[in-house]
Design a protein around this ligand. Structure first.
Ligand SMILES: [Zn+2]
Length: 148
């Protein structure tokens, strides 16, 4: 390796050599794994040198598994003493939000099926005729009725 490169790498390593804890890894996270991974994967825990990373989506979990060796090298060369990585699916709580029944309906046009639709008398929305026949109202209205 070229001397000037190796000495500047050394400087970077020295600058980044600090106590390896979850907070410092979280802080360096975009530098360590890259912006794109950092947005979709989060360092969750560091215990006994094993870093647990949570991925927001199965695809990102796969991406993490494929780049595991590079990630380990990146962490180590940045001065973090990581023995191994553990990768798991992680659902950030902020994603959870309460949806209105209407938005659920709007997002699920597949509910409209070949069995035919009729208008629910309670909410004036189209509903499978089977539901109306069974409960005299659509499944949404039925659910509201049951929860009362
Ligand atoms: Zn209804």
């Amino acid at each position: 390796m070229d001397n000037s490169i190796s000495s500047s790498l050394k400087k970077i390593k020295v600058a980044w050599r600090k106590k390896s804890n979850l907070a410092s890894i979280s802080q360096d996270w975009p530098n360590l794994v890259g912006e794109k991974l950092a947005q979709n994967c989060t360092p969750l825990a560091l215990k006994g040198g094993i870093l647990t990373i949570g991925a927001s989506h199965p695809q990102w979990r796969q991406a993490l598994i494929y780049t595991r060796i590079q990630l380990l090298e990146s962490l180590r060369s940045s001065g973090h003493k990581i023995k191994d990585l553990r990768i798991q699916q992680y659902y950030p709580q902020k994603i959870t939000k309460i949806e209105t029944e209407k938005s659920i309906w709007d997002k699920h046009p597949s509910r409209i099926n070949s069995t035919g639709l009729k208008i629910c008398k309670s909410c004036q929305k189209p509903a499978p005729s089977g539901e109306l026949l069974r409960w005299n109202k659509c499944s949404f209205c039925r659910r509201i009725e049951l929860s009362q």
